[in-house]
Design a binder for this molecule. Structure first.
Ligand code: ZN
Length: 419
């Protein structure tokens, strides 16, 4: 989970390009959706509810595209003639808002899939085991990225732009809840006809060896205000203010695990630096302006590729490059989604399979932690704790997908959805 601002900023930039006309009206709801299943981490943290933390992990490991497609199908089904007939402004806006929220839910997955391969490699974190120290490095790196991006994109610090204020200190509205509930329950809560086991249960068992029951965790709450999604977003609104009670000599944080002491960077660097490249990245992040001009590419290698650095493969993307890739991939997905709404197809999954072959991340479910298709989860698991092997596994595919995003040709004009 890159921290909230990274997701917010990617969403904001993609929205300003694709939906300039409705961004103002819908940005609060869209900002919430851009946090994706991470909201369950907040619900699972204070107080600690291990099973919801695990549920958040499961939704990161598999089913992301299915969940998104169910949201799109639901949006289209509830507004069948929206593209073909004249409708009132209000109805059109309500529909656009839902479509936009579905896109930004998936944009969360996209950011994770694009940024996590770098974060995991630099922090030496393990996608299932998460050793304590490594998680701290992981969170800190992400918090530094967030702070850097806020400065670059909006010229503010996290102290100035409080996340709770971005979402108006409020929880989910009922329309967003319905969309989310449909997507999640269809993707994770439907029992397999043969085994009677839901996807939530089987992934949790296969990967983390824990028991999760969709009905117990989510299903029985139906549309009650006690539903964990309602609770999770209330939590998110509250939780995001906690760091602001910490004196401002600390910076670069969202969650407490991401707190960075401002005056103590040297020590910190020593403590969490794990590779040469981390040094490079750390430096690059903090002193971007200086390094933007002087950033050295590895000689005799293609730019921007994952490269071999003695012990492991490390990425050569800068934070801004990762950010731009995530914005572009989100815009690709929005444009494909809009084409689906304009079509006669009922199933977005089918539409993407047939009409959006060139769009990365719309072909199958991806693991948001590893950045690889979820069908490789079992292979990765079989590598156990061996990070060297894990980090090399199918690196060419991650590499290729990022290059495909970079080379993709977007529709140059913002879509005018009202036209
Ligand atoms: Zn996430």
């Amino acid at each position: 989970m890159p921290q909230p601002y990274f997701h917010y900023l990617v969403m904001r930039e993609a929205a300003l390009s694709e939906f300039p006309n409705i961004w103002r009206q819908n940005r609060v709801a869209a900002t919430k959706m851009s946090q994706g299943p991470d909201s369950l981490y907040y619900y699972g943290t204070l107080p600690w509810r291990k099973e919801y933390e695990q549920a958040a992990n499961v939704t990161h490991w598999d089913g992301s595209l299915d969940c998104f497609c169910h949201m799109l199908d639901h949006t289209k089904k509830s507004n069948p003639s929206i593209r073909k007939h004249d409708v009132s402004d209000g109805a059109l806006r309500a529909y656009q808002a839902l479509a936009e929220e579905a896109y930004f839910w998936y944009s969360h997955a996209i950011v994770d899939m694009i940024v996590h391969p770098t974060v995991y490699r630099i922090s030496n974190d393990h996608w299932v085991k998460h050793p304590k120290k490594r998680v701290r490095a992981h969170k800190k790196l992400e918090s530094i990225m967030d702070t850097f991006l806020l400065k670059e994109k909006m010229d503010v610090s996290p102290h100035q732009l409080k996340f709770g204020e971005l979402i108006c200190n409020s929880g989910l509205d009922p329309a967003s809840f319905e969309l989310l509930n449909v997507g999640m329950s269809m993707a994770y809560g439907v029992p397999d006809p043969k085994t009677g086991i839901t996807r939530l249960e089987s992934i949790a068992k296969d990967i983390a060896n824990v028991n999760l029951n969709y009905f117990e965790l989510f299903g029985k709450f139906h549309d009650s205000r006690e539903h964990p999604f309602y609770k999770a977003y209330e939590m998110l609104a509250k939780y995001s203010f906690i760091p602001f009670h910490i004196p401002s000599k600390f910076d670069n944080f969202f969650g407490l695990r991401g707190v960075i002491p401002k005056d103590n960077l040297d020590k910190l660097e020593e403590r969490i630096m794990t590779t040469h490249y981390w040094n490079d990245m750390f430096f690059h992040v903090l002193k971007s302006q200086e390094l933007k001009n002087s950033f050295q590419r590895i000689p005799n290698s293609r730019d921007n590729r994952f490269f071999d650095n003695e012990s492991q493969l490390l990425p050569r993307y800068t934070v801004l490059e990762l950010f731009d890739l995530a914005v572009k991939a989100t815009r690709m997905v929005i444009q494909a989604g809009e084409a689906f709404f304009a079509s006669d197809y009922k199933s977005s999954r089918e539409f993407f399979r047939e009409k959006a072959k060139g769009v990365v991340y719309l072909d199958e479910n991806y693991n948001m932690d590893t950045g690889l298709p979820s069908r490789f989860n079992a292979d990765l698991l079989s590598l156990g704790d061996d990070l060297k092997k894990i980090n090399r596994f199918k690196i060419d595919l991650i590499d290729e997908n990022l290059l495909r995003v970079a080379g993709y040709r977007l529709n140059p004009r913002p879509l005018d959805m009202a036209a």
